[in-house]
Write a protein that binds this ligand. Structure first.
Ligand code: ADP
Length: 158
């Protein structure tokens, strides 16, 4: 059984993340969406809400679990007995920071590999910050996020 961990803030989960998850499931048997606390980054949604939205958005998907962690990703991997990290790439600008993070994680634990998948071009431009901004300005976000996310965003930004 090949297990992969897909870490991120997921503030909130979007169709871009879900596209990465589907691609990950083509490569691995089991996928854990690992929602993390961000001590130095302010999130719109609490950790509990980010986990809840991810669970609701992924409930029909087999072989996917949603968990949360705080602390080092490599420690979470150890706990899960996993050694592979999944990340999504949108554009060249993602590459630099992703490259640094992947190398750092490997320095922390040399058996850890990071696997990247390219998003569908439909989602190249999509990120959680833009979705929150469009929602706050009253724009239509139904093409960017699943229904439960849309609903919670609308309620939150009322
Ligand atoms: P982080 O704050 O750790 O970057 P995010 O929740 O923003 O966490 O993103 C998690 C991962 O999902 C990252 O690898 C990011 O590049 C990827 N991702 C986010 N949106 C998309 C998208 N539209 N297409 C492909 N990958 C994406």
């Amino acid at each position: 059984m090949r297990k992969v961990v897909y870490p991120g803030t997921f503030d909130p989960i979007t169709y871009g993340h879900i596209d990465v998850i589907k691609r990950g499931l083509n490569l691995f048997d089991e996928l854990i969406v690992a929602v993390t606390t961000r001590p130095r980054k302010k999130t719109l949604f609490s950790l509990e809400d980010r986990v809840k939205l991810a669970k609701e958005s992924l409930e029909n998907m087999k072989n996917v679990q949603v968990k949360s962690f705080n602390g080092l990703l490599v420690d979470f991997l150890k706990l899960e007995k996993a050694s592979i990290i999944l990340r999504g790439l949108r554009e060249v600008s993602d590459f630099e920071s992703e490259f640094q993070t992947a190398i750092l994680n490997r320095k922390l634990a040399d058996y850890v590999e990071t696997v990247f998948v390219m998003t569908n071009e439909k989602y190249f431009y999509l990120n959680s910050t833009a979705v929150k901004e469009i929602a706050s300005l009253g724009g239509d976000i139904s093409g960017f996020v699943p229904k439960p996310v849309e609903k919670m965003l609308r309620d939150r930004l009322k």
